[in-house]
Design a protein around this ligand. Structure first.
Ligand code: KG4
Ligand code: ZN
Length: 374
């Protein structure tokens, strides 16, 4: 009887999303429109086009989310919206939609930090019962960030990437390997395993190829491991990316058309993929070890679990290594279902629920925050 519903609206990057979630974590609707096609030919997100697409899609996304939930705005307890960080033009779209709906219907407004939403959404499944404090590790195309979630509204960022995100380097190295050129071999080898893979990203193709390689074949440099950077809790992937690029061009030089050479080339590419994935994962873990030590010894905080999310969380190899790490440190390990890991409206609505329960609402005059430290 006390269950209430919150609408969550998100448009900080390239997805226009809205969802209705209840206070007990029931997802009543979850609508997303992506705009990959619009940006594809530019090789990156074009801010002005993103804002334009959000402007076009937002009214339909919101009305569909309410329709699917079988609710109207007056039935809602509050409206939650991404306030930042993100692209100003894009943030303006979700923020204005939410503020206007809230003001017209006299509903409380909740401005949500995008990264807080990524961290909190793991708690939506109350069976998991993920308790504070926990470590939240966000691994995606946009972020590589480790934070301690102390409580709702209180987080410490331990480390973040100084250059490329992990998803970005997986994509770039994958493209450099040119997996489509060995697609026939890959298909014949991976006939059975392929069905387990499903998001069709370049990063995922690299993981699949790596499963046929020897991860110790090539030794790539472990990032941030020299004396001046080894104590840092941050991440860096651009050096590893360049080293992988050099390795790829050195093996591709020996390319030729004969059958046996093609088989050899496939094997070498698989070895590069595996060695890259091995080193990238080792980097994640080595900084995680330092971060956990810092959290326990300097902050005096003992996280009970580690939550991994973001598109890269669907990588089974990385997942396995992180799970091992968590368990060997007596922590529980969680990775939310992948559709809640990537950008979505549910995470904004759920963060809204958590904040609303604590009375954390905002005036209708709030503005977006392009940069917003946690
Ligand atoms: O969270 P997400 O869907 O959206 C963005 O942040 O953009 O993450 C997408 C990223 C892409 O870079 C994609 O290549 C990467 O996640 N990714 C993977 C795998 N699946 C998706 N990277 C490595 N292994 C995977 N299995
Ligand atoms: Zn995100």
């Amino acid at each position: 009887a006390n269950e209430f519903a919150i609408l969550g609206i998100e448009s900080s990057c390239d997805d226009t999303a809205a969802a209705v979630v209840t206070s007990t974590g029931r997802i009543l609707s979850n609508v997303i429109r992506n705009q990959h096609k619009v940006h594809a030919k530019y090789g990156g997100i074009v801010p002005i086009l993103a804002a334009e697409q959000h402007t076009m899609n937002m009214p339909y996304v919101i009305s569909e989310a309410l329709e699917q939930a079988n609710l109207a705005v007056p039935d809602l307890a509050a409206i939650a919206v991404t306030r930042g960080p993100g692209m100003p033009g894009s943030l303006g779209v979700c923020l204005n939609a939410a503020k206007t709906l809230a003001a017209v219907f006299k509903k409380p407004l909740i401005g949500v930090h995008h990264m807080e939403a990524h961290a909190l959404v793991a708690r939506i499944n109350t069976d998991n019962n993920i308790q504070f404090p926990f470590l939240s590790f966000l691994l995606s195309g946009g972020h590589t960030m480790l934070l301690v979630a102390h409580s709702v509204n209180r987080y410490s960022c331990l480390g973040t990437t100084l250059d490329d995100s992990i998803g970005e380097v997986f994509d770039k190295v994958s493209r450099q390997i040119d997996i489509p050129s060995i697609k026939d071999q890959l298909d014949s080898y991976s006939f059975y395993s392929k069905s387990q893979y499903q998001n069709h990203s370049a990063g995922e193709a690299l993981e699949l190829l790596a499963s046929f390689g020897d991860e110790r074949k090539y030794s790539l440099p472990l990032p941030m491991n020299k004396s001046d950077t080894s104590s840092s809790l941050n991440y860096s992937f651009s050096g590893l990316k360049s080293a992988a690029f050099r390795l790829i061009s050195s093996i591709s030089e020996s390319e030729s058309e004969s059958e046996s050479d093609l088989a050899k080339l496939f094997k070498s590419k698989a070895d590069v993929a595996a060695s890259f994935q091995y080193t990238a994962t080792k980097h994640l873990i080595s900084k995680l070890v330092k971060s956990l030590f810092y959290t326990r010894s300097q902050l005096g905080i003992f996280p009970k679990s580690i939550v991994v999310s973001g598109g890269v969380a669907s990588n089974k190899y990385i997942n396995g290594k992180l799970r091992e790490f968590a368990h060997s440190n007596k922590m529980e390990y969680f990775s939310p279902p992948i559709h809640l890991c990537t950008d979505n409206g549910v995470m904004i609505a759920w963060a809204g629920v958590e904040r609303f329960k604590l009375g954390l609402t905002d005036p209708y005059s709030i503005t977006f925050k392009q940069r917003w430290p946690l």
